[in-house]
Design a protein around this ligand. Sequence first.
Ligand code: XIL
Length: 370
Amino acid sequence: MRRFLLVLLALALGGLPACAEASATPDNGSTEEVVELPSLKEIYADRFDVGICVGNRAASQAEYMAFVESQFNILTAENELKPDAVLDVGMSFVKAREDETAVVVRFDAAKPILDYAKEHGMKVHGHVLVWHNQTPDVFFREGYRNSAPLVSREVMLARLESYIAQIMEYMDENYPGVIVSWDVVNEAVDDTTGELRDSLWLQVVGEDYLARAFEYARKYAPEGTLLYYNDYNTAYFNKQNGIVKLLEALMAEGNIDGYGFQMHHGIATPTVKEIAASVERIAKLGLKLRVSEWDITVPGNDEANFAKQARMYGEIMKLLIDHADQFEAVQFWGLTDNLSWRASQYPLLFDADRNPKPAFWAVVDPESVE
Ligand code: XIL
């Protein structure tokens, strides 16, 4: 029944601007399940890139990726380019015996995603160089040894520079032109105070760790690579004030290109009005913008919740369209609800069977949302 309705819905929307053939329900390879879905990347091609995060297991599944490619033109690695995936702790430990500033990196986790993007002409948004989370604690310690004293500021800056330089060099050599932008620093602002969050980066390097990260990223990134600061809860006032202060300081240094709104929201808070105010305030700074990690959670997977979710996606999409001159990309944090980091709260555009939810149609045609 659901599939029948899906086909009807797709037919009813046949007049929409762009359609990509996609299998909405991949099971059994049955041909009758192939339906025409409008393609988000084509609908928004004149405005911004439309993207999604993928994990390396998904990136190895051709059929899954074909569906992703029918809808999106830019990928983000969900975890595979984070420091805990990239820093080779064992080899760094070995090398540090000779040179405390040594850093060894590896890219085996990210490879399937990067290979797919390269082979299929998709862009990649790099996530993330500097973060307090998903970063090995020993990165900050003498000899990369557990519980060893923290290294000096000088050693940490040398490690940071080497880490960023090696990533940029590897990508330029193996995936030239694939990574178009990077989250250079993620989530540095404290939620309540708006000051810099307490972290090992702050403790070991000091307040200028962000400025140095952007400096090194600019120094080693291929020309034209866009460098972003990325954070969540921008719509909340204390956090927003801190983010604006930080962005202004980074802009004065001259190495930042953009701000990424994570937009991990729920249908209850923040309100679309608050989100709009935050987008308008940040947009005034003149930076490029992106929605880097979009999802909207609901408390249950019933029709009423999905209708509210669709309305919120649609209203925010209208806002993004109004600011399309500044938004480089709109990226969803996953494809199907069951694979989301917040799977129990059904936050994405497609259900577990890859059927489009009302939220998908709201993003396809935000004007249909009242
Ligand atoms: C999340 C991933 O989706 C999860 O798989 C992982 O366990 C934790 O990190 N902000 C970010 C992302 O910048 O990197 C986070 O991704 C979600 C919140």
